[in-house]
Design a protein around this ligand. Structure first.
Ligand code: ADP
Ligand code: MG
Length: 731
């Protein structure tokens, strides 16, 4: 029996069992979510309970990102952490960090140490908590570190709480950390993120001083909507492309895809529901506040979203959540695909990043409805628009990857044109401000300067324009172009860095207006500055359908780039302008290293895909295509002999000739792919990336078309790879 058929049968059984299990699944429901929450987290409550007041107060202030850890407290904190972790059965600890691959990494070290020649005891000291050393030679560094200077070190980031990770029936104490080379160069995305948090906080505090708003810190918040696909693990195991890269390199479109739109928000099937419940339960224990889950647009596609949190914690939690999703899916016989475009011609997956700024007193500065906030809001909004207008290409580069390139501009995904949607009502106000200034927005001519009343702006208008890559949604910005599989730390660091720089520039101009024209009020000084920048940023403000052809044309007219390949834009990461705006966050050589790593990663991914296509084509597709050809030829030959008519069966002959030509065509494309691949061996990494993007990618696409055409004519029983209809409509 074809292994596909075998899997189909076993899935029917699994679905039945899931139905039964779903009925019996009372365990997670019997425990309140609030009681499970943060069970495995060394959070403020635990700190208060386990440490003396003078230490816990300091540690909590460090957890809030307000102060650094005092070295004299480190030993006591380490002992408390170890004892807490061991009380749950933890045996190891690790500094948990993100090298430039974006994936989580850590070297697991046991707590044991010699206490006598024949005995060990568990220990963990302050210096081990604060700093770890690791052989960093196999992590990408983009030339920052040669292998003979392989040492890197990890440093504890107390602003993200330590937690226990369960795996292999054991528990490991994970200490969120940043990662540096021995010479102090940044080798991860966490440190730039933390620095960008400080930069945006400082710039915004400067603004709040002008507006008289009291705050000692400005906090950036993030809420991620994580999209993903679930397919059956057994089907996935039959597809080497899904196993290797999480994306199908071949696969004809199914007769029924997402056309009927019957999956979005639809009833969640039992097997999926069990997975979601399990995921939610484990995520809650790790302090990840999951709030919603639902079916997405494409069949087999789903979304999970926690409540927003402080930016760096939300990002750590997002990475943790992605790890959990993969682990828990396997437990349920499923495979979780986080790739941006696992299936051609169906929706891809994003990681909508909802971003806002609030004071440490809890006031959301992006909420225009609060009157005392309106001017702050308008200046901040102008800064965001200014930043995106000036550094749109940098943002495009930061979200860039081989995998996200497949998604951007595709089915229901934001295009590669970076624009901002502010909402109709707000856009009207901005246009008025831009054209006439603050004063005319008031009917009364007596009061020349007045801030417009923004309290009537609709809240939570996120669904009014789902097509924009960057939308203002009532009291937050939603950056939708971020890819589902990415570690969002660098993108958010870029966003915060450019907005902080633009805000500082705007404040410089406002302050100079104040002194130059002796303007008594902030409003008067800010008016010409805001007007100037609103005028300047008009091209990126767009309220229409971002998916439409008309927008592509209009954007071109406005001079906005539509950069389809990340390779064409990565260079911006090391441009003079970026180096300037990143001062204090990342240095020139650190930005260059990031560029090198992104280019290298692009090349590696594309190379794996191309090689995989060749392998699958020659070892799985061609043999069945030849078999089909052989059967058809034999059948025609035999039939002609029986019919004794030389030119009989013209349609069947035509069918054979189409099949043979398709095979020939596929072979020809595969040959040119092989030649193109051979060309790359002597190229520099940059040239190689360009060559993959411009030459090899289109050839791969043609090979895909040829193979997909074969899929439509080869006997279903022969076809070796699980088809889209099977992969997507099972659970
Ligand atoms: P949708 O965009 O589908 O309407 P929601 O409005 O539910 O989704 O919000 C999506 C995400 O935005 C959630 O993670 C939510 O916690 C987050 N969010 C809501 N308010 C804010 C805010 N002020 N700052 C950052 N994220 C927020
Ligand atoms: Mg959304």
């Amino acid at each position: 029996m074809n292994p596909r058929a075998h899997v189909t049968l076993s899935i029917a059984e699994k679905n039945l069992t899931a139905k039964q299990n779903n009925k019996d699944a009372h365990t997670p429901q019997n425990v309140k979510s609030s009681e499970q929450f943060a069970h495995y987290v060394f959070n403020r409550d635990v700190v208060k309970l386990l440490l003396p007041a003078h230490i816990s107060t300091h540690l909590i202030s460090a957890m809030d990102g307000k102060t650094a850890i005092l070295p004299e407290h480190a030993d006591s904190i380490a002992i408390a952490m170890r004892e807490w972790a061991m009380s749950y059965g933890a045996t190891h600890y690790t500094h948990w960090f993100f090298p430039l691959t974006g994936a989580a990494a850590g070297k697991h070290t046991s707590f044991i140490d010699w206490c006598s020649p024949d005995k060990v005891i568990e220990q963990f000291c302050g210096s081990e908590l604060i700093q770890g050393e690791s052989d960093a030679s196999s992590f990408p560094s983009g030339g920052l570190r040669s292998t003979f200077e392989a040492r890197g070190y990890t440093g504890w980031d107390p602003s993200s709480p330590a937690f226990l990770w369960s795996g292999g029936e054991g528990l490991t104490l994970c200490i969120p950390s940043f990662f540096l080379s021995w010479s102090g160069d940044v080798l991860d995305s966490k440190l730039p993120l933390l620095r960008s948090n400080a930069a945006i906080s400082d710039a915004t505090l400067r603004l709040l001083k002008h507006t008289g708003t009291k705050a000692s810190q400005v906090v950036s918040n993030l809420g991620f909507e994580q999209e993903y696909f679930l397919i059956d693990q057994d089907f996935r195991n039959l597809r080497p492309d899904l196993v290797a890269i999480g994306r199908t390199v071949f696969g004809a479109a199914p007769s029924k895809g997402q056309e009927l739109q019957d999956h979005y928000f639809g009833t969640i099937k039992d097997r999926i529901m069990l997975f979601m419940r399990d995921l939610e339960c484990e995520a809650l224990k790790l302090g990840i506040p999951i709030k919603t889950h639902h079916n997405e647009v494409a069949p087999g596609q789903y979304e999970v979203a926690p409540v927003y949190e402080r930016a760096s914690i939300a990002i750590d939690h997002n990475i943790l959540l992605m790890l959990l999703m993969r682990h828990i899916a396997v437990k349920h016989g499923l495979s979780c695909l986080l790739h941006e475009k696992p299936f051609h011609a169906l929706n891809g997956s994003g990681k909508h990043s909802n971003w806002s700024l609030s004071t440490d007193t809890g006031m959301n500065l992006f909420d225009p409805a609060k009157t005392e906030n309106a001017l702050t809001f308008l200046i901040l909004l102008t800064a965001v628009l200014h930043a995106i207008h000036r550094h749109g290409n940098l943002l495009r580069a930061a979200i860039g990857s081989a995998s996200n390139d497949y998604r951007l501009g595709g089915h229901e995904a934001p295009p590669a044109i970076i624009s901002v949607y502010t909402g109709e009502e707000l856009e009207n106000i901005l246009t008025q401000l831009e054209e006439k200034g603050f004063y005319v927005t008031l009917a009364s001519a007596k009061k020349l300067f007045a801030i417009p009343d923004l309290s009537h702006l609709p809240k939570d208008n996120s669904d009014r324009n789902r097509t924009s890559p960057f939308a203002f949604t009532g009291n937050k910005f939603e950056f939708r172009a971020v890819g589902s599989s990415s570690n969002p730390a660098f993108v958010i660091a870029v966003l915060q860095t450019i907005v902080a720089a633009s805000l500082n520039l705007i404040l410089d101009e406002i302050e100079s207006e104040k002194t130059k024209h002796k303007h008594p009020s902030l409003l008067e000084a800010a008016t010409p500055v805001i007007r100037k920048h609103l005028k300047e940023t008009r091209p990126i403000r767009f309220a229409g359908d971002n998916y439409s052809e008309a927008w592509m044309k209009e954007a071109k007219k406005r001079g906005l780039p539509n950069i389809k390949s990340s390779v064409d834009v990565f260079e911006v990461i090391k441009s003079k302008e970026t180096i300037k705006v990143f001062e204090g966050i990342l240095g020139k050589h650190e930005l260059t290293s990031r560029y090198d790593v992104m280019i290298e990663h692009y090349v590696s991914v594309m190379q794996i895909e191309a090689k995989l296509m060749q392998e699958l084509f020659h070892t799985q597709i061609l043999p069945v295509a030849y078999e089909q050809q052989r059967r058809l030829s034999k059948s025609i030959l035999q039939a002609t002999q029986v019919l004794k008519k030389a030119n009989a069966l013209p349609r069947q002959r035509a069918q054979l000739s189409v099949l043979s030509e398709t095979i020939e065509n596929a072979l020809k494309i595969s040959e040119s792919l092989q030649k193109a691949l051979a060309m790359t061996s002597k190229m520099t990494m940059e040239k190689r990336a360009r060559y993959y993007s411009e030459k090899i990618k289109p050839i791969c696409f043609s090979l895909r078309e040829a193979v997909d055409a074969l899929e439509m004519v080869v006997d279903d029983e022969l076809w070796p790879l699980p088809k889209y209809r099977e992969l997507l409509q099972l659970c």
